[in-house]
Ligand binder design. Structure first.
Ligand SMILES: Cc1cc2nc3c(=O)[nH]c(=O)nc-3n(C[C@H](O)[C@H](O)[C@H](O)COP(=O)(O)OP(=O)(O)OC[C@H]3O[C@@H](n4cnc5c(N)ncnc54)[C@H](O)[C@@H]3O)c2cc1C
Length: 502
């Protein structure tokens, strides 16, 4: 059997799903396959950063994410069965109309995946589960992939582009031979599990806190009731034995129950283990994210320490960077070099974020394994941007040192539209189009623009838009970054030639 599509996406984790949603709303034919039977079952990546909430707003899943998630709990440290200190773990972003979602939210990854799957279906797409990409070849015109279905049958798919969203152990990356270099941050294995916790002291493990025994003799244990479900996430560190944890032995309800009661001193038992996994914290990054017609995204391109909640967030932002570029190349005759900008922009961000997550991991450890966990504003991903990237054009004169520049995240601002109705800039940006934001002082004659660029001149009586952007013309990319900032409307045409047929 053989089928054709524009984009083949291997892997329906958060990365693949965000890309599929973006392509579905753009009407780009795609195929998304995952070798698992259904979506990811574990809590794993729970921290959703403010920048990711903005992406979710654009993709139409924000309400579901907000409704299902909770705030970042405070840390409750314990010494044996006694509560010790409690402190706020996560800092909020500055209180500003430019930042509509100032706080990190917590949501088990399986639920995020479920919400994304539902949105994809709402847009007419779906994931082919139990379908594995087992191999591929590429040539100058496209990629030929081999899929294996659960019943053993094989299918050949011909696509223009293959996006590898197949996770940290990416087979696609291995097949390409792209070096994946980095280092182990901590040789000690960590067990993570979602369990049903019971026992006389169960009520002590309240949902308002992340309960932590950092000084427990055999290694750290942390317990966190998950949002709106009965399960509790257990994280347990082990000594550097050099062996991998054997989940068959170490992740039984009895084994985890013994560990929890021994390390906490509380009367707790585990009646069920819903999901368990083990990892060693490492950081690594692919040497390049593009190899001809194959693009690496998410964990397939970079893996982080879980500390600081950066992995899933960086991953979905890869997909968001890629979706509009694929459409531009496929549908608008944009030069192929536009896809090189994916590599240039995202490798730089991945390197930056890997540095951050590694620093957070080391700070968590502290000198004696018991550092005071803190998550500062730098983890929100709001200040990441592409100033030095190949698609950023800052053409205004005399821009103040601390002002917004081309390449920066395009901030929100409450304002009014031409009819005087209240609107947020994020309402105007929402959707797959570019927006030319006109914040020039006088009436500026704008060139005739293609339909995929919308123009907007806000009524900005309260000055929020000007305060966030300054004055000028700002071409905002579909992924919410300022591509061009200029005083001269003629510059827009030159920019358009970079992202569409000249
Ligand atoms: C303990 C832990 C805690 C974490 N906490 C956070 C956090 O708080 N915040 C955060 O941002 N991140 C966190 N992360 C990281 C986060 O889980 C990952 O970054 C995220 O899952 C990456 O998503 P992905 O879609 O790229 O890859 P994955 O989620 O790994 O998805 C890859 C998918 O590809 C499928 N697949 C693989 N090979 C094939 C194939 N050949 N054919 C078809 N399908 C295939 C798999 O079945 C899988 O569904 C944490 C990670 C760990 C381990």
């Amino acid at each position: 059997m053989s089928t054709d599509t524009d984009i083949l996406i291997a892997g329906a984790g958060p990365t693949g799903l965000v890309l599929a949603i973006d392509l579905a709303r753009r009407g780009i034919p795609h195929r998304i396959v995952d070798r698992s039977e259904r979506g990811f079952p574990g809590s794993r990546g729970t921290g959703i950063q403010p920048r990711t909430l903005e992406l979710f707003d654009d993709l139409g899943v924000l309400d579901a994410i907000m409704a299902g998630s909770g705030p970042v709990p405070a840390i409750q440290s314990w010494i044996g069965a006694e509560r010790a200190e409690s402190w706020k773990l996560a800092e909020s972003a500055d209180d500003s109309p430019a930042i509509p979602y100032p706080d990190t939210r917590m949501l088990p990854q399986w639920r995020t995946v479920e919400i994304l799957c539902a949105r994809l279906e709402e847009l007419g797409g779906h994931v082919d589960f139990s379908t594995e990409l087992t191999g591929f070849t590429q040539d100058p015109d496209g990629v030929t992939g081999t899929l294996r279905h659960a019943d053993g049958t094989e299918e050949t798919v011909r696509a223009q582009w293959l996006v590898a969203a197949d996770g940290g152990r990416s087979e696609v990356r291995r097949t390409l031979g792209v070096p994946f270099t980095g280092e182990q941050i901590d040789p000690r294995p960590v067990l993570i599990a979602d369990v049903l916790l019971e026992g006389p002291d169960r009520a002590e493990i309240d949902g308002g806190h992340w309960h932590m025994w950092q000084q427990a003799e055999d290694g750290l244990v942390a317990l966190r009731p998950l949002e709106q479900v009965e399960t509790v996430q257990v994280i347990a560190g082990f000594g550097d034995t050099g062996r991998d944890l054997d989940l068959d032995l170490d992740a039984t309800p009895e084994a985890i129950g013994r560990l929890v009661s021994a390390r906490t001193g509380l009367r707790l038992t585990v009646s069920e283990v819903r999901w368990a996994s083990a990892y060693r914290a490492r950081m690594a990054m692919a040497e390049r994210f593009r190899s001809g017609r194959v693009l690496l995204a998410g964990d397939a391109a970079h893996v982080h320490s879980p500390a600081g909640g950066q992995g899933l967030n960086t991953s979905v932002q890869d997909a968001y960077n890629l979706g509009w570029k694929l459409e531009a190349v496929l549908r608008r005759g944009a030069p192929d070099a536009l896809l090189d900008s994916y590599d240039a922009e995202r490798t730089q961000i991945a390197a930056e974020v890997l540095g951050l997550s590694t620093r957070v991991h080391q700070a968590d450890l502290g000198a004696d394994g018991g550092g005071r966990w803190r998550r500062g504003k730098e983890t929100h991903q709001l200040t990441l941007g592409y100033r030095e990237g190949p698609l950023s054009r800052e053409l205004r004169r005399d821009v103040a040192e601390d002002a917004l520049r081309a390449g920066d995240r395009a901030p929100d601002a409450p304002c009014r539209d031409a009819s005087g109705a209240p609107v947020r800039l994020f309402d105007v940006f929402r959707g797959p189009h570019f927006t030319l934001l006109d914040l020039t002082e006088g009436a500026t004659a704008l060139p005739e623009l293609p339909g995929w660029i919308r123009t907007f001149r806000p009524l900005d009586a309260d000055g929020h838009a000007k305060a966030a952007y300054g004055s000028g013309l700002f071409l905002v990319r579909p992924d919410g970054y300022v591509g061009l900032a200029t005083d001269d409307a003629r510059d827009v045409e030159a920019y358009v030639a970079m992202v569409a047929e000249a």
